[in-house]
Design a protein around this ligand. Structure first.
Ligand SMILES: C[S@@+](CC[C@H](N)C(=O)[O-])C[C@H]1O[C@@H](n2cnc3c(N)ncnc32)[C@H](O)[C@@H]1O
Length: 353
């Protein structure tokens, strides 16, 4: 974490300044530090990653990957098949898993060579091209701004990597999982992207460690649906009020929000019922999302979306019960695209809260 970026960060709970006691530094980067706010919330920086979750939470990614690693270690036949020198004989889900495991084992160059084919295999060429076009439009817009870009729910970092490659801006990548951020940094530095423009912050998208208006651009790629989905697993859903609170929190910290996303079509009754049941529908259908954005004080200033039929992602042929994504449940009309939003001038921050 570059020390000039530390000034942007505040306590995610009470939004007060954090006082840092710096431990190790390396080339302008703070590698270790301990911090606390005046209300007594404690935080730290470890391996250059700012840990700003209010409570020590389980790391979902570390647990998932170590589960798959364990399974592979117990079944040498799976290990042999997954790591065959020629991956083209594997099914699409297993090629995808292979890339995840290659990264987990630090084989970033090979993972890099295989990751695009793996994604195309799982999501299909059509969807992959629409996602790539959306990301490239967003990067083009970001090229004209300045200051750091704060990316929410960065995960494997498809968006982060394109912003780093296509602009000269610093990116603050964030996620609930320290494991996934560490892997992202290792993968991006292995392929020569500038680590000095990448900062990593473990935080919850619903409780951001930023000052009011702290960043110009907040971005996310498939953040809305994933945050809602994770909340559903943990706390019985990100229901309407919580979804508005999430978008208000983003409105509090940023002057522009850009989201690349896939959304379900209104006509998909099954998904309306299932996602409604879990309290996640609000952020995954265009109509409700637009109304939530308005309520949270945003106005959509630009958007573009393409419509297509998406199929359930394939299942692993090697590991029983493993599928890459849970949704869609069946072939479904969806849209893939991006939207940019700015604070509504008629709703000052105080009125949006
Ligand atoms: C699959 S990724 C989305 C794709 C990613 N943005 C990209 O550019 O490749 C979804 C991520 O959302 C993260 N996530 C889910 N809920 C979150 C929350 N409340 N706060 C922060 N991150 C969250 C998950 O840990 C996961 O890494």
């Amino acid at each position: 974490m570059r020390d000039d970026l530390l000034d942007l960060l505040v306590c995610p709970v009470c939004k007060a300044d954090i006082t840092w006691a710096i431990g190790q530094e390396r080339g302008g980067e703070v590698m270790t530090a301990r911090g606390s706010c005046r209300s007594g919330h404690d935080f730290e920086i470890r391996e250059g990653i700012a840990m700003l979750l209010p409570n020590a939470a389980r790391d979902p990614w570390a647990e998932m990957v170590s589960g798959i690693e364990r399974m592979v270690a117990e079944h040498p036949r799976i290990e042999e098949a997954l790591f065959a020198s020629d991956p083209t004989g594997l099914g699409p889900a297993d090629r995808f898993l292979r890339v995840q495991l290659l990264q987990a084992r630090g084989r970033f160059e090979l993972a890099e060579r295989e990751h695009m084919d793996a994604e195309v295999g799982v999501y299909g060429q059509h969807a992959y091209s629409m996602i790539a076009a959306s990301i490239s439009n967003v990067v083009e817009r970001l090229r004209h701004g300045d200051g750091p870009v704060f990316d929410v729910a960065s995960g494997p970092g498809a968006l982060v990597r394109e912003i780093l490659a296509g602009t000269d801006r610093t990116v603050i990548a964030t996620d609930l999982s320290a494991w996934v951020l560490r892997r992202l940094r290792d993968q991006l530095t292995a392929v020569g992207l500038p680590a000095e423009r990448l900062a990593l912050v473990v935080c919850d998208a619903r409780q951001l460690p930023l000052r009011d208006g702290g960043v110009g651009d907040l971005t996310t790629f498939e953040g809305l649906g994933n945050i809602a989905g994770d909340a559903a697993r943990v706390a019985g859903g990100l229901r309407r009020n919580a979804a508005v609170a999430l978008l208000r929190e983003w409105r509090r910290v940023a002057r522009r929000m850009t989201s690349v996303q896939s959304l379900f079509s209104r006509t998909s009754l099954v998904h309306r019922v299932v996602l409604g049941h879990y309290g996640v529908a609000a952020l995954t259908f265009p109509g409700p999302l637009h109304s939530l954005l308005r309520e949270a004080g945003w106005r959509v200033v630009d958007e573009q979306a393409w419509s297509l039929i998406r199929r359930p992602t394939p299942r692993s042929r090697l590991i029983a019960g493993v599928r890459i994504d849970g949704l869609p449940l069946l072939p479904t009309r969806m849209s893939i695209g991006w939207m940019a939003a700015e604070p509504r001038p008629d709703r000052p921050l105080s009125a949006a809260m």
